[in-house]
Design a protein around this ligand. Structure first.
Ligand SMILES: Cc1cc2nc3c(=O)[nH]c(=O)nc-3n(C[C@H](O)[C@H](O)[C@H](O)COP(=O)(O)O)c2cc1C
Length: 385
């Protein structure tokens, strides 16, 4: 399963096209809209999210509530487009000089983008580099999630820290109460930590600052052996890391105990192997985060990611006017102060897309029924192995 997206932040709409989708997967617009709404939640988000009410129009690949094996096309309209038609129109026209963006923001795609493409208007870059594009990724990810649900796989996320306020280390991140997470505007399972997180977000906003943080994505119901150990591009850890780090502002990804394991000895890190007739092969710990040798090992997948602070600051950093090279304040767009909760939902989508592709590789991709039969046969073989 692969996807591409198109669309500018203040353009008419965002589009996602997802290919290699097996036939027969139950899929309704409401399932996609549910994830789009989850991406819009979050204490610390900017005014834009009050304007948008994201909905995914399914314009191809689904008939009578089921996928038909064709590419799926999804369109998410930008309500804000109505306020930007003069600046963002596709038709030839003349842009007012004061509408041109000339002060690239440190930490954003602005400077490298104008140098790369040769434009004299930073808006050509920022419109597409904007994380508004991640709404299209979430829509694509909802298609992958629809397949995974039929295979017993659940992908979830929660926020573990904002700035320096953290819920601390968790033994079993896959066991957090997701009703609490989904009810929280910080997507945080810890009420006490949430109070501190709101406070630091308020303080950052008052100071014209921004914040990042960390979040977990977990997946349960995975059979062992998804991905592969034989070639670099088969390794599921590499594919998951690339998918999560492709999200704007994500700067670190770890699996299981990840970076902490570098300071430990081997016996503290590796999960000992046991077997009994009821559970078959099993482990008592999951330091590996569900991945060994580039494959799932049957344990829950545990991914943790680090998001840097949002680059657009209301108290702007120094920049340079691209016409005069004079020192100026970096440009300001309407912006989030903190978007870690939203990023966690985007990361769910990316993880869903990688896991769905791994299932199709392992069990076939023509139609849902064949995949389910193959998955059951595989599990049957493993039960006697
Ligand atoms: C859900 C989400 C929302 C974001 N919102 C903003 C924002 O409002 N303003 C901003 O400057 N950056 C925002 N970002 C981050 C930028 O898109 C990102 O930092 C930028 O594209 C540069 O990419 P890089 O940080 O990966 O180098 C957001 C990122 C995500 C994932």
């Amino acid at each position: 399963m692969r996807y591409v997206t198109a669309g500018e932040s203040h353009g008419r709409a965002l589009t996602a096209i997802i290919t290699d989708v097996p036939a027969g997967i139950p899929l309704e617009q409401a399932m996609i809209d549910h994830d789009l709404a989850r991406r819009q939640v979050g204490y610390g988000r900017g005014g834009r999210m009050h304007i948008e009410r994201d909905r995914a129009l399914i314009s191809a690949g689904v008939r009578l509530g089921r996928t038909i094996g064709s590419p799926i096309a999804l369109t998410v309209a930008n309500r804000d487009w109505d306020n930007w038609t003069d600046v963002m129109q596709a038709a030839p026209g003349h842009l007012r000089e004061e509408a041109r963006v000339k002060a690239p923001r440190p930490g954003h795609a602005d400077l490298s983008g104008i140098l790369k493409t040769g434009t004299r208007d930073v808006r050509d870059i920022l419109e597409r580099a904007s994380a508004r594009e991640t709404a299209a990724r979430v829509a694509a990810g909802a298609v992958a999630r629809a397949l995974l649900r039929q295979l017993g796989v659940e992908v979830r996320s929660f926020v573990a820290s904002i700035g320096e306020v953290s819920i601390g280390m968790l033994q079993n991140p896959e066991l957090v109460d997701h009703r609490v997470v989904e009810a929280s505007d910080l997507r945080c399972p810890d009420a006490a930590a949430s109070g501190g997180m709101r406070l630091v977000i308020d303080q950052a906003q008052a100071a014209g600052e921004s914040l990042g943080g960390t979040f977990y994505v977990t997946a349960t119901g995975l059979v062992p052996g998804l991905g592969g150990y034989a070639q670099a591009d088969q390794r599921l850890d590499a594919r998951l890391a690339a998918a999560v780090i492709s999200i704007p502002a994500i700067k670190g990804v770890e699996f299981g105990t990840g970076f902490a394991s570098a300071a430990q000895v081997g016996s503290q890190v590796h999960d000992e192997i046991y077997h009994d007739v009821v559970r078959g092969y099993h482990r008592l710990t999951n330091h590996a985060g569900g991945l060994e040798g580039g494959m799932t090992n049957g344990q829950p997948l545990i991914v943790r990611a680090a998001m840097k602070p949002i680059p657009t600051l209301m108290t702007p950093l120094a920049s340079v006017d691209i016409d005069t090279h004079a020192v100026v304040d970096a440009s300001k767009e309407r912006s989030d102060v903190c978007a870690v909760p939203a990023a966690s939902v985007v990361a769910e989508a990316e993880v869903c897309l990688v896991l769905a592709a791994a299932h199709i590789e392992a069990f076939g991709g023509n139609n849902l029924m064949d995949i389910q039969v193959a998955q059951r046969a595989y599990l049957q073989r493993l039960s006697s192995w």
